[in-house]
Design a protein around this ligand. Structure first.
Ligand code: PXL
Length: 334
């Protein structure tokens, strides 16, 4: 590397911010924070640049802010910790409102303690009075009271997109939401939701209609019911289905918007749903439209899972910073 060249690691292309034809703005992990790259530059990547002219210095830049309501997972696999890592990795500043704390390891959840709903409210109100939030993300809720408190806060910010990951149980099958919470979520949060991200099991459980005898809706019908309940979009993930590939389908009123299929990975992962929902929130906060945000978030999540690691005796965890650990040499592209 000559003395006049800099190695710049690009963490995010910001297509929506490009002003100069043939160039895009990109966010880097170093200085300058934001720089111009030729359009179509491969991403992710590290670029050798001659005297990159700063577009924005770190001091000037406020990253897009995403507020997540989530439960703490001390193992760093799922929940709040997963959200914070994903949002940071994708160039956002995460605000984290704790809804519950858990006792768990990489194998499963032992216990859950819901935070008092007034504390949930107070955490969120203090932040919202201080900082501009570009997107909300919701994970584990903890209690009916928390759902009501969060719904009331969200109703004051109807213009901010909400990504709702309905956390009903763990991968191992431990219950994380009871029937009353499911009713409260459907009644109070779905009508305020921009994108709901259930896996296929959660979609069936949320859409179940006890008034219909032997109710057994297919996934498209589940999505239709959830949209009828107020969600603008529903992204049903297909990991739990028996199809050879994992197909994730995005629905809105009128039917399927897009379906994306992914090579099925062999491991059992903890925190993939939180990663996907947070990645969608980050992309929306970064200005992508819904379809691009959903497509790109799946790509990011697949990469995080493919690069996953097994820190203990339980499940694999996604590596949300896979791009930072890629061999420097492989990345040099220009
Ligand atoms: O993966 C869903 C999830 C979300 N949040 C917390 C969790 C889990 C699953 O275990 O513990 C806190």
């Amino acid at each position: 590397m000559s003395k006049l060249q800099f190695s710049v690691k690009i963490v995010k292309i910001l297509p929506q911010l490009s002003q100069q034809p043939g160039f895009v703005l990109a966010r880097s992990s170093g200085q300058p924070a934001i720089l111009l790259l030729p359009a179509l530059s491969p991403f992710p990547g590290t670029y050798l640049m001659s005297n990159p002219a700063p577009i924005l210095s770190r001091q000037d830049l406020v990253p897009p802010i995403v507020l997540t309501f989530a439960g703490s997972d001390p193992s760093g696999g799922a929940g709040l910790q997963a959200d914070i890592m994903t949002l940071s990795s994708m160039g956002c500043h995460p605000l984290s409102v704790v809804t519950a704390i858990t006792v768990q390891d990489s194998a499963g959840v032992e216990d859950v303690l819901a935070i008092d709903a007034n504390w949930v409210s107070d955490q969120a109100r203090a932040l919202l009075e201080d900082m501009p939030v570009a997107a909300f993300k919701i994970g584990l809720l903890g209690s009916v009271e928390n759902i009501a408190a969060i719904a009331e806060i969200l109703s004051d910010y109807p213009q901010i997109p909400l990504i709702l990951d309905p956390v009903l149980s763990t991968g191992r099958g431990d219950e994380l939401a009871n029937e009353k919470m499911i009713v409260a979520l459907s009644e109070l949060l779905l009508p305020q939701t921009t994108i709901l991200t259930p896996n296929s099991l959660e979609a069936r459980r949320l859409a179940q209609d006890d008034d219909i005898e032997d109710d057994d809706p297919d996934l498209a019908e589940c999505a239709r019911r959830l949209i009828d309940s107020g969600a603008e979009y529903v992204l049903v993930t297909g990991t739990h289905e028996t199809t050879p590939k994992v197909t994730n389908t995005l629905y809105r009123e009128g039917g399927t918007v897009r379906a994306d299929s992914w090579e099925r990975l062999p491991g059992s992962y903890h925190g993939s749903g939180c990663t996907l929902a947070s990645a969608i929130a980050a992309n929306l906060a970064n200005g992508l439209d819904i379809e691009d945000a959903v497509r790109d978030a799946q790509e990011y999540t697949w990469q995080a899972l493919a690069n996953g690691f097994r820190p203990g005796m339980g499940q694999y965890l996604p590596d949300r910073f896979f791009w930072a650990r890629e061999a420097e040499q492989d990345d040099v592209q220009a």
